[in-house]
Design a protein around this ligand. Structure first.
Ligand SMILES: [Zn+2]
Ligand SMILES: [Zn+2]
Length: 341
């Protein structure tokens, strides 16, 4: 099969590898689409968990089952699936207490120690594969993995009816959080992004209030403020805008060494909660259900797709930040533009 391989820090190859065969509890998937995300870039740059190479990148995965292991009962050849890329040890204190997203031996397909899906085929444990309705648009279904991360974000928020939400960042995660906020009881949703072009995407998925600075809003505070940027300036801008009794969420991944200023007095006096959210735990199936119920509008979110051979061009576009969600489509002979931005 054709595959993209990260051979070492900053070393990319598009090469031929043997086709995978399933172990007894595995399936082999013909990959339809793989979303590119910041984690892939961190893996390539050797910044993720120390960098383990070689690895095939890609963890936002959809595809069709083409082979099943002898002990697989829940899937058949021809089934369409979204793949939960998380692999946890099931033995550590966190796995044993229902917090497997905090697993001390956490691994992920395409992220740590296991191959991902930037290839024609992927071998995956059957239990990580969530069956989709026949006829599902598999290109759209590659958004289910980031959607599951967004569902986890809401699992640790208050989800109180009639809340006003302020979200920093109109990238994939900001757009997903903004769309889910409606279902979590938001009465108004505001999205801030310093890049006015990206706010067009927020409006395209139905967000009513969009600003290049939160100072432009008539509202002065919000029950829920979510940072989906990981940028310290955004975090320091957003935390003081939480209404007394409200919640701030660090969703975006900040650099390990980043430090942000906040007022401990204000957290005390106004009972502000600050919550983190990491990957997914017990929410992938709910993300599938939300996706199938139309909770998100994928079309304005996916701007470009790339063949395997054009993986490097996809990374360049990602780093430039001028597209929306970029996808690798291993079956595509050529790359293409879906939205002219
Ligand atoms: Zn990701
Ligand atoms: Zn564990």
């Amino acid at each position: 099969m054709r595959a993209v391989v990260f051979e070492g820090t900053g070393k990319l190859a598009v090469t031929n590898l043997p086709d995978p065969t399933p172990g007894e509890k595995d399936v082999v998937i013909e990959v339809a689409a793989v979303g590119m995300c910041g984690t892939d870039i961190h893996v390539y740059d050797g910044e993720f968990e120390g960098g383990v190479f070689p690895i095939i990148p890609g963890h936002e995965i959809s595809g069709k089952v083409v082979a099943v292991g002898s002990a697989v009962k829940n899937l058949q050849v021809g089934d369409l699936v979204a793949v939960n890329p998380t692999l946890t040890c099931e033995d550590c204190e966190f796995c044993l207490t229902g917090r497997s997203n905090l697993c001390r031996n956490w691994q992920g397909m395409g992220v740590v120690a296991n191959d991902g899906a930037s290839a024609e085929f992927l071998r995956a444990p059957a239990r990580n594969c969530h069956k989709l309705q026949p006829g599902t648009d598999l290109n759209h279904a590659a958004l289910i993995e980031p959607l599951a991360c967004a569902v986890r974000g809401f699992d640790v928020l208050p989800r109180e009816m009639g809340s006003h939400y302020l979200i920093y960042g109109a990238g994939t995660m900001g757009l997903l959080m903004a769309q889910l906020a409606r279902r979590a009881g938001a009465v108004s949703i505001s999205v801030v992004d310093t890049n006015a072009k990206r706010l067009e995407a927020a409006r395209a998925v139905g967000i009513e209030h969009t600003f290049t600075s939160a100072d432009e809003a008539s509202r002065k505070n919000w029950e829920v403020v979510i940072d989906c940027t990981g940028v310290v300036a955004a975090i320091e801008d957003g935390l003081p805008r939480v209404k007394p009794g409200g919640t701030f969420q660090n969703f975006g991944v900040a650099p390990v060494e980043a430090r942000a200023k906040y007022s401990p007095f204000r957290i005390y006096r106004d009972e502000v909660s600050v919550v983190g959210t990491m990957a997914t735990v017990s929410c992938f199936g709910r993300a599938v259900d939300l996706f199938e119920a139309g909770a998100i509008d994928p079309t304005p979110m996916i701007s470009h797709f790339y063949s395997l051979d054009d993986y490097a061009a996809a990374m360049d576009m990602f780093r430039a930040g001028t597209g929306r969600k970029l996808q690798i489509r291993p079956g595509a002979a050529q790359s293409g533009t879906l939205l002219s931005l």
